[in-house]
Design a protein around this ligand. Structure first.
Ligand code: HEC
Length: 255
């Protein structure tokens, strides 16, 4: 009789833990689904070397137009494993102070005049669009003489952004589908017409680093949060065991 009770409580405990584990593992899957139908960006925000390479690319090719106003240089340092001196020497070209947010030097009125659009702040871009979207976007620029900048993009058609990484990726051209029933022709695929300084594999790697960095700035607390998460789970498991032992102790006298 006593043995049966114990087996039952062990079974209950196992079921509880299983339900808990299922809940935990379902959450990231639900978040990842936001990326839509774009290829997996395959990023790992715990990879500090990738974060550092991504930060460098961002400061060289993007910050001239796009601010990261919710992130301070000081936050950046700790988060991606650099010292204050390394950040100020290698990643801060605007003369901002260490404690200041990452803003762009370009006045909005000029941007409006040059591109017809103000380049948006990218602090929350990965939260808004998903890492997969950002990664696909950065691989989908192609030459198009019909646009103002000379560039178009299959992920963001008629985007006002001139492709800043063309020297790295090279220049892609669109192979068009034949026009159908008077509809404008659509893009079938992109072909690398003029190679850049990186091979396609190296360019994919660079986009992965850049996307990793943008994912990190979208949720700088995530690194801390995921460490705390492990302790919370451990606490819950230990507490459950403790509660079971306690319950047994109380019910001993009742039986
Ligand atoms: C010369 C200025 C300029 C540079 C440099 C630049 N961008 Fe842009 N970017 C723009 C403009 C302008 C837009 C707005 C385009 C639009 O809405 O049509 C834009 C839009 C974007 C968007 C889409 C935002 C949205 O609407 O969701 C992303 C993502 C982006 N840029 C990423 C980058 C990255 C990453 C870099 C660096 C590799 C970069 N940009 C460099 C001007 C720039």
């Amino acid at each position: 009789m006593h043995n049966q009770t114990r087996r039952a409580s062990v079974r209950t405990l196992a079921a509880m833990l299983l339900a808990f584990a299922v809940t935990l593992s379902a959450a990231p899957a639900a978040l990842a689904a936001e990326g839509g139908s774009y290829p997996n960006a395959n990023i790992n925000v715990h990879d500090q070397a990738a974060l550092q390479r991504g930060a460098r690319l961002y400061m060289n090719y993007c910050v001239g137009c796009h601010s990261l106003k919710y992130v301070r240089y000081s936050q950046l340092a700790g988060g991606i494993g650099l010292t204050e001196k390394q950040v100020m020497d290698n990643l801060n070209f605007t003369g901002a102070k260490f404690g200041e947010p990452i803003v762009t030097a370009m006045p909005e009125a000029d941007a409006e005049k040059w591109f017809g659009k103000v380049p948006p702040d990218l602090s929350l871009e990965v939260s808004a669009k998903g890492a997969d979207w950002v990664s696909a976007y950065l691989k989908s620029f192609y030459l198009d003489p019909a646009t103002n900048s000379g560039w178009n993009n299959t992920v963001f058609p008629n985007v006002a952004m001139p492709f800043p990484l063309w020297q790295l990726q090279g220049e892609q051209e669109a192979v068009m589908n034949p026009p159908e029933n008077g509809q404008p022709a659509t893009v079938r695929e992109l072909k690398l017409a003029h190679p850049g300084s990186l091979t396609p594999a190296q360019y994919d790697e660079a986009v992965r680093d850049l996307t990793t960095f943008l994912a990190y700035v979208s949720a700088p607390d995530e690194l801390v949060r995921s460490h705390i998460g492990a302790w919370v789970v451990l606490y819950l498991v230990l507490f459950t065991l403790f509660a079971l032992v306690l319950k047994k102790e109380y019910w001993k006298d009742v039986h």
